[in-house]
Design a protein around this ligand. Structure first.
Ligand SMILES: Nc1nc2c(c(=O)[nH]1)N=C([C@H](O)[C@@H](O)CO)CN2
Length: 119
């Protein structure tokens, strides 16, 4: 299985468990790896055979813009579900980090891996 990836997608989101976090937007960093067979696209040199990372990034940004989850776990899960469904991919790894959340750390967050169960 090949991988199409999006690295360091920096977005602003309402996310967190504390009152002050509910009142602001804070930066999140999203990294995504998506399973795809790239051989057809390599052969045809045609965007229609790709897993289009620009489309995937737009889906993620639109979801994050509308979201107001408390936990990074919840947002990561929804990103994974959305892309598995809309991009017709068999496997995804989503890492979601909050760079401002814990003093003296570069970033905290979660990494999840999911596979499509239906279709
Ligand atoms: N496993 C998690 N731990 C924590 C989360 C989270 O979403 N998942 N969130 C917080 C707070 O919102 C924190 O980011 C604010 O500094 C704490 N722990």
């Amino acid at each position: 299985m090949d991988i199409v990836y999006i690295r360091d997608l920096r977005l602003d989101a309402v996310i967190g468990i504390y009152d002050w976090e509910r009142r602001i937007q804070q930066q999140i960093n999203v990294n995504i790896e998506m399973g795809w067979d790239n051989r057809n696209a390599a052969q045809s040199d045609d965007i229609k055979d790709t897993l289009n990372y620009k489309e995937a990034a737009k889906l993620v940004k639109d979801l994050v813009d509308k979201s107001e989850f408390q936990l990074v776990e919840a947002l990561a899960e929804h990103i994974a579900e959305l892309l598995l469904d809309k991009m017709n991919i068999p496997w995804i790894k989503v890492s979601l980090g909050k760079p401002m959340a814990v003093t003296d750390s570069a970033e905290v967050g979660v990494i999840i891996e999911r596979t499509r169960t239906t279709g």
